[in-house]
Design a protein around this ligand. Sequence first.
Ligand code: FE2
Ligand code: FE2
Length: 134
Amino acid sequence: MELFIWSEECSVGIPELDAQHRQLLEVLAELVKSTKSGESAAFAPIALERLEKYGTRHLLREEMVLRIRGYPHYLEHKAEHEVYRQKFVALQSNLARRDLAIRVVNFLGEWWKSHIMISDQEYARYFRGRPPAP
Ligand SMILES: [Fe+2]
Ligand SMILES: [Fe+2]
């Protein structure tokens, strides 16, 4: 797959969570675009605001789905989400930095590669073929 472009390989098989992952990719794409057009200083704080919504909504929702469906690696997964939350707070405390946009792009890109495409795919593989939540 092309990096940071949505394809079926990115799907976790749960439409609501897929839609939220796609939102993250959209923010990432817009952020990259803004660094090329010279608008990143204005857009980076907006992107962070959107990501805050993403973080609180998506991560909590995903944790709930994993818990309800009895995912055996729930605690490890949640621990990775905690790391995301901590790094996100650190980014927020540096809003005035000139390199904010590039730091957020690196953070999101890394999260996409190391968590969404690996850890999220692990639960997707586990749930595939199992009945949905009651
Ligand atoms: Fe996720
Ligand atoms: Fe996750």
